[in-house]
Design a protein around this ligand. Structure first.
Ligand code: CUK
Ligand code: CUA
Length: 632
């Protein structure tokens, strides 16, 4: 308790952290001058008591359920994780761009079909998980996530909590920022191409960066096909949509169009690019789009020099990073990263901007100074914003309307509190905070470094996802949560929005391809246990009911390509079976009432035991059978 409290600047005791904070403030003052903190001085005991109360409120006792689902990106692990909030317990992992031994993701035929052309990639870099919405509120249907590494966007179905679509985005490289259209519903998934490359990137213009481009990508959320793309200047970073359905905005660094670090940092201001989605949609309908290379995707030119009706470039300082829409629908907030400020853009001025009635900078109505390295901002629905300060290792809580007043000359302290976090936060996220339902209960700070907060585990350390109670006037740190690489971003959904399935339904499209294959073979999956030989291809169909596979043995010839299809007839909640074939790299999950299939080559003669590797029954160890492989 006391150890933690020593790290809080609001108390009199000067800690190691206090010294660090003081020197950071001093150097910040040298750069740009720093707004003073509200001086709330609590005694150490009062602080300890308040923190204890907050922790007691956030406690989820054994057997109790969490109030929120959190969806966490898994960064360079390529997966998505489901967390319980406020317990911060990890409830499930959803493999997406990675390959997963437990579920067989990337091994089963069902998952390979979903992974499509990019199935050959065994890794990914997932940053931004965001849920589909209706009228600016979560609808509990899908979560979308980007893959920066292999330029993909995936969709997760929230009934079964599995990835059901992966789209390879053409014409661009590295999908980074991703959000959804919030209003009237998520028709489009919106995402940024980050790196600039030749267009098309087919070997031309290799060393002529003036010809490189990147694009804003608009994806049809239901079909998961590209709707259209918009070429822009600069490197796009993060993005968010408004609450009218018309506008979206992206931060953009490297307005210089440089390729080296020094080149990309030259300008004091880069941009927020604002997109008029409706104007772009109309331009595509009116045939104003072209295509690039072999791709059929409609492409619009939204570069500055094109003076397009669907883009505007608002100059903001300096290499801005996060872009967050306030839940009242009034503002886009662009986080300055290399500037100690955030830029507040008034969304209700944007139609005038597009109509040419005001200038770009007129849409910026305040640029409050918050501290060093502002990366991302979250909102509580009560008019307050919470911005991560990467360099200061703090969250700054500030009042948006007060910041606007201060910008207009009023003497008012818009910063309400700064809370130390441990350490170097990137994204933060409030409960329901990216929707109209923002409820201001909890804030999660995704800290990039844990340093001394956990037992050391070798040179590679966990990150630290911290839970902060924001329901009162003061932010209170209530939980440290170690996390593996690298939850860039998360979003937190009230459990009332979610309706996950308890069992699979037999007609689920997830395994429709396998059902069609069985039908061709004249197999009834729910009853048949049969081997079908088709030249060198052998298809083995079996059922499973704890603790038995429907088939205790089957025989193939060395060199056969074997497809094993298992249908789990158990219809009891939580009774999942597995199918694992020894010495063949075969492992898959078969959920209750699901069908899963996997294909491998029986390349060695001999006896190979297959077994169930998801614990299902007192006789789970005995749930097994033999594959007999005859010598060729
Ligand atoms: S980015 Cu990582 S901390 Cu990919 Cu949303 Cu800002
Ligand atoms: Cu079936 Cu273990």
């Amino acid at each position: 308790m006391d150890e933690n409290n020593q790290d809080n600047e609001n108390q009199p005791a000067l800690s190691r952290r206090g010294f660090l904070g003081a020197s950071a403030v001093a150097s910040a003052a040298g750069v740009a001058g720093v707004t003073g903190l509200a001086s709330t001085v609590m005694t150490r005991d009062a602080y300890a008591k308040a923190a204890d109360d907050a922790m007691a409120n956030a406690a989820v006792h054994p057997g109790e359920l969490d109030e929120y689902y959190g969806f966490w990106s898994g960064g360079q692990s390529g997966e998505v994780r489901i967390m319980g909030i406020p317990s911060m317990r990890e409830l499930m992992r959803i493999p997406v761009f990675n390959v997963d031994s437990a579920t067989g993701w990337g091994l089963t035929n069902e998952s390979k079909a979903i992974r499509g052309a990019s199935d050959k990639f065994l890794c990914g870099d997932a940053h931004h998980p965001h849920m589909s919405m209706v009228d600016g509120k979560y609808d509990g249907k899908y979560v979308f996530i980007n893959d920066k590494l292999n330029t993909r966007v995936a969709r997760i179905r929230c009934d079964i909590m599995k990835c059901d679509k992966i789209l390879d985005v053409p014409n661009v490289q590295a999908i980074h920022g991703l959000r959804v259209q919030k209003v009237p519903h998520t028709k489009y998934v919106l995402c940024n191409g980050e790196f600039r490359v030749p267009t098309p990137n087919d070997g031309r213009d290799l060393n002529d960066p003036t010809k490189y481009t990147t694009m804003y990508n608009v994806i049809d959320a239901e079909s998961m096909e590209m709707a259209f793309q918009i070429i822009v200047d600069g490197n796009l970073d993060n993005t968010d949509a408004d609450y009218t359905g018309r506008f979206a905005a992206s931060t953009c660094y490297n307005s210089e169009g440089g390729v080296t670090l020094a080149e990309t940092m030259r300008n004091e201001r880069d941009w927020v690019v604002v997109f008029d989605l409706l104007a772009a949609e109309k331009a595509v309908k009116d045939g104003k789009a072209t295509t690039i290379g072999d791709s059929k995707v409609p492409v619009l030119d939204g570069r500055k020099k094109a003076n397009s009706p669907y883009t505007r470039y608002i100059p903001v300082p300096k290499s801005p990073h996060g872009l967050n829409t306030s839940p009242d629908g009034k503002y886009f907030v662009a986080n300055g990263k290399l500037s100690p400020t955030v830029s507040i853009i008034a969304i209700d001025k944007l139609s005038d901007l597009f109509a040419g009635k005001i200038k770009e900078r007129d849409a910026v109505i305040a640029e409050p100074e918050l501290g060093l390295g502002p990366l991302h901002t979250a909102f509580d629905g009560r008019g307050n914003a919470y911005t991560t300060l990467f360099i200061d290792s703090q969250i700054a809580k500030w009042n948006v309307e007060d910041a606007i007043k201060a910008y207009n000359g009023e003497k008012i302290n818009y910063i309400k509190q700064k809370l130390d976090v441990h350490y170097q936060p990137g994204h933060n996220h409030t409960t329901m905070g990216e929707t109209r339902d923002a409820d201001g209960k909890y804030l999660v700070s995704l800290c990039k470094f844990s340093k001394d907060r956990f037992l050391p585990v070798g040179p590679l350390r966990a990150e630290n996802d911290q839970l902060i109670d924001i329901s009162g006037d003061e932010m209170k740190l209530v939980h440290d949560g170690p996390a593996f690489a690298e939850p860039h971003d998360c979003m937190i959904v009230h459990r009332s929005k979610m309706k996950p399935s308890k069992l699979w339904t037999r007609d689920d499209p997830f395994f429709a391809g396998t059902v069609a294959m069985a039908k061709k073979d004249g197999i009834t999956l729910e009853t048949d246990n049969k081997v079908i030989r088709d030249g060198k291809k052998v298809r083995v169909y079996m059922t499973s009911i704890a603790p038995n596979f429907g088939m205790g043995e089957f025989t193939v010839k060395q060199g056969d390509e074997v497809t094993v299809t298992v249908t789990n007839l158990d219809s009891i909640e939580d009774v999942t079976h597995g199918f694992a074939m020894t010495n063949h790299g075969v492992s898959m999950e078969i959920g209750p009432q699901a069908t899963s299939s996997v294909t491998f080559t029986a390349d060695q003669p001999g006896v190979f035991w297959y077994y169930c590797h998801w614990f299902c029954h007192a006789l789970h160890m005995e749930m097994r059978g033999r594959m007999l492989v005859e010598k060729a």
